[in-house]
Design a protein around this ligand. Sequence first.
Ligand SMILES: Cc1cc2nc3c(=O)[nH]c(=O)nc-3n(C[C@H](O)[C@H](O)[C@H](O)COP(=O)(O)O)c2cc1C
Length: 142
Amino acid sequence: MRSTEGKRRLAALASESNQAKILEAPLTVIIGYDLAFAARLPQLFPARGEAMQRQFEADTALSASTAFRNGSLQGAYLILAARALGLDTGPMSGFDNAGVDAAFFTGTEVKSNFICSIGYGSDKNLFPRNPRLSFEEAGRFA
Ligand SMILES: Cc1cc2nc3c(=O)[nH]c(=O)nc-3n(C[C@H](O)[C@H](O)[C@H](O)COP(=O)(O)O)c2cc1C
């Protein structure tokens, strides 16, 4: 969303505390995932695209988990790329996914995952950096 109208439509579907973060940012991105991604495999993976397309199209659960995983990774790469350019990013999950899908992705198989405002942040209204789990709390070697 870059236009005032687009930001207004998205903000209306976001939780109250997220609305200003959408309206005041220069840009807010909807990161989605395409449940029909398999149709693109012959183009994107010519070596085995048609066989993989058939495999995914025969297994909707596998298609959905693959689309969600890879779409999430793409969203994380978008955040890293924006930050590498010196921009600030504000990822948010506080919005009405079904409402956003109906408003922005009707007629497609794309579903919203999360939204992310991009711009130059200020220290105003920021929470302090949150604590992190230690490696011992969050991971283990096997
Ligand atoms: C799963 C998830 C959902 C989030 N949803 C929101 C949200 O709806 N609105 C918001 O302002 N921040 C949200 N945040 C937090 C911000 O994006 C936060 O700035 C980010 O996690 C970095 O803060 P930290 O470094 O202190 O963890 C969310 C974070 C996570 C991990």
